[in-house]
Every structure is written in structure tokens, then in C-alpha cells.
Design a protein around this ligand. Structure first.
Ligand code: KG4
Ligand code: ZN
Length: 360
């Protein structure tokens, strides 16, 4: 084993096929093949199409990562692969590929929890100190985690139905905007009036850090249909006002719930308090600004890894695998692909399981 460790990471749990090479903290290569166009006609990720595409692309993706890092398989110290949670066909493709490579090379095989990959990324990018509070917010995830160690996570809340990214995507479809919906809704909202429509802020009247976004989707649908019924269609102003109203509601919910999560976290008296965000929705400037302001008020450092490491990628899997290896952990050929795999084994199961599969 060399120092620093050089790890191949493999990710295929949803709709991105990804491979990366990490040496120490240096991301030598990170290749991501998206599948958005394959699923575009279906209004969500189709598991069978995703699994087939992963199986076709994984080898090329790994070859490309090795080539771009200028390395061969013999230069590696280990192979880390997402073993769950996610769409089972995709996770299986990755695990079988990793097992084949490990068997052929004799390299250690390390199964990684996809959510741990996201949750540990702020350590790779910013060396944030344990314990920190993490908000994972994407098309498939929405949860607050207190990250105490590489293998110790406490979930203190999450969505009970849809993830915010799903709600952004659905809102875009309702407003006739392109996919992925997040950036399109954000762009449209820039010229809209967030106060014209009075959208709900679900679960704000209830204690705790759980969230709900499915009612908000329905509210957008109703508001849009009411405008269409009255005027025969949507003007550009209607569209931008609906987008702005929706975005403001999501931002309010995330900021208020983060405030409550921070109160729970700060009660632990962390020495160097830190809050980190990950997932595609973390790209949203309005949401980000609200969270930054909140952290400033509470005296908590705000960390947002670069977007390409916030969204699904394999560098985060390589990093989580590297940390497991350093702790003396590894798997063997009995490693299984798991559709559900909660990070916090003691928390009650999440209820939601949206278009991107189980949220664990
Ligand atoms: O993390 P990610 O790439 O994939 C997973 O879902 O795991 O997140 C994608 C999601 C999509 O639903 C997309 O609409 C949303 O993140 N998203 C955004 C923005 N950019 C991407 N949502 C709001 N504002 C954005 N600027
Ligand atoms: Zn993810």
C-alpha cells in the first residue's frame, strides 16, 4: 500500500455513470456520463434504461478516468464502489464491475454508501472538522445529518415525501420549462414576483426538522390551472411569478428547518461549528444566500464544495473508500448491492421514495 493512497471510485446508483481517481486529496480524474437525454421522454429515471446504460458505459468511463490520470490499474491501491442506496440495477452494475476488477488485480474492494460519499465530501474539499451538520438536498435526497466520524452519522430530519430537486423538476414541467428543472426555474424566478402567489410552507407549523414538498407541487399545479382557466394560458409574467413564488417557498422551508437543525447541532457544543451543503439544489443562489446568512447569524462556518463534487460523482466515492481503507476496513466478494442503506441505522426509515429511487 502506498502513501498517499490512490483509489479508483465507481458510481452508478442513479442516472450518472461515473469513475474517478483520487490520490490523497487530489482528484486526478473525475469522469461523469449523464443519462438525462435517455430518460427525457419519461418524466423520471427509468430503472431498466439506467441499468443498461450503466452496464454499457462503466468500462469506458473507468478507462477514460485512468487515461486522463495517466495511470494503469497496477498504480491503484484500492477500488471503491457505491454499494447502495439507489436503483438496484445500477448499483449492481457498479458492484459487479468493481468485483471483476478486484478479482483480476488482487486489489482491495471497498463498498461505499452513496450518502456517506456526499456527506464526507466537505472533508475532502475543505477539511471541515467533525462533528458538522450536513444538508443533502438534491433530486433524490433531502436530509439533515450530523456527521460525527467517517462511519458515524445521526439523521435529525429529512423529507417525508419528495426531494426538493424533484419539486423543482416538476414545477419546470408544469410551467413549460426545460429539464433539469432547477436551473430553469431559478432563471425564470429572477424576473418574477415571489409574493404574487401565496404558496404553503409545509411542516413549518410542526416541531422538528422533517420536511415535505409534495403539497407544494400540488399547490403550483392548482395555481397554474387557475391562471390558465381564467386567462386561457400563461403569460411570461405568470410563469416567472409562479417560479419565483415556488422558489421562495422552498428556500423559506430549507432555511427555517436548517435553523432548527443548527439549534440541535449547536447544543452538542462543537469546538469548531460547521455546516455543509451538498446535492444539485445547493447550486440555487437564493437558497444558498439564505443559508449563508443564517450561518453568519449563528457563528457557524458555511461550506459548499464545488458543484461538480456536490452533485453525483465518483471522486466522493473514492474519498469515502480511501477513508475506510485508512481505518483498516475493506470488503470482499460477498459485498452486496443494497437498494436501501440508511446512514443512521437507529433512525426511523424515511417515508419518501421519489423518482430517483429509495432515499434510505
Ligand atoms: O445532486 P444531483 O445532480 O442528483 C441527484 O438528484 O442525486 O441533483 C439534481 C437535482 C435536479 O432535481 C435539479 O433540478 C436540481 O438538483 N438542481 C437545482 C439547481 N440545479 C440543479 N435545483 C434548484 N436550483 C438549481 N440551480
Ligand atoms: Zn446523490
Amino acid at each position: 500500500m502506498s502513501d498517499p493512497l490512490t483509489i479508483l471510485g465507481i458510481e452508478s446508483s442513479c442516472d450518472d455513470t461515473a469513475a474517478a481517481i483520487l490520490r490523497g486529496r487530489d482528484v486526478l480524474a473525475s469522469v461523469v456520463y449523464g443519462q438525462t437525454s435517455l430518460h427525457a421522454d419519461f418524466g423520471g429515471v427509468v430503472p431498466e434504461i439506467a441499468a443498461r446504460a450503466h452496464a454499457e458505459k462503466l468500462d469506458h468511463c473507468i478507462e477514460e478516468a485512468l487515461a486522463s490520470a495517466g495511470l494503469a490499474l497496477t498504480d491503484l491501491d484500492g477500488i471503491a464502489v457505491t454499494a447502495g442506496p439507489g436503483l438496484i440495477g445500477g448499483v449492481l452494475s457498479g458492484v459487479m464491475t468493481a468485483k471483476g476488477l478486484a478479482a483480476a488485480t488482487g486489489l482491495p474492494l471497498i463498498g461505499v454508501n452513496h450518502l456517506a460519499g456526499h456527506a464526507l465530501t466537505p472533508r475532502l474539499t475543505d477539511d471541515i472538522a467533525f462533528p458538522y451538520l450536513m444538508l443533502l438536498v438534491s433530486g433524490g435526497h433531502c436530509q439533515f445529518l450530523i456527521v460525527e466520524a467517517h462511519d458515524s452519522f445521526t439523521r435529525i430530519g429529512g423529507t417525508i415525501d419528495d426531494a426538493p430537486g424533484e419539486a423543482f423538476d416538476k414545477t419546470a414541467r408544469l410551467l413549460g420549462l426545460p429539464q433539469p428543472g432547477g436551473p430553469a426555474v431559478e432563471e425564470s424566478a429572477k424576473s418574477g414576483d415571489p409574493r404574487r402567489f401565496d404558496f404553503p410552507r409545509p411542516l413549518l407549523n410542526q416541531d422538528g426538522c422533517d420536511m415535505s414538498f409534495s403539497g407544494l407541487k400540488t399547490a403550483i399545479l392548482r395555481a397554474r390551472d387557475a391562471v390558465v382557466a381564467e386567462h386561457g394560458g400563461l403569460t411570461r409574467a405568470d410563469q416567472t411569478d409562479l417560479a419565483a413564488g415556488f422558489q421562495a417557498a422552498v428556500a423559506d422551508v430549507l432555511v427555517e428547518k436548517t435553523s432548527r437543525a443548527l439549534a440541535i447541532y449547536l447544543a452538542m457544543n462543537p469546538e469548531t461549528p460547521g455546516f455543509a451543503i451538498a446535492g444539485g439544489v445547493a447550486a440555487n443562489a437564493t437558497i444558498r444566500a439564505g443559508l449563508i446568512e443564517l450561518c453568519q447569524k449563528k457563528g457557524v462556518a458555511f461550506v459548499a464544495p464545488p458543484l461538480k463534487l456536490c452533485t453525483d460523482n465518483a471522486a466522493m466515492i473514492a474519498y469515502a473508500g480511501q477513508v475506510r481503507m485508512q481505518a483498516g476496513e475493506a470488503d470482499d466478494m460477498t459485498l452486496v448491492a443494497r437498494p436501501r442503506w440508511p446512514l443512521d441505522k437507529t433512525a426511523a426509515p424515511m417515508l419518501g421514495s421519489g423518482k430517483k429511487g429509495a432515499k434510505a
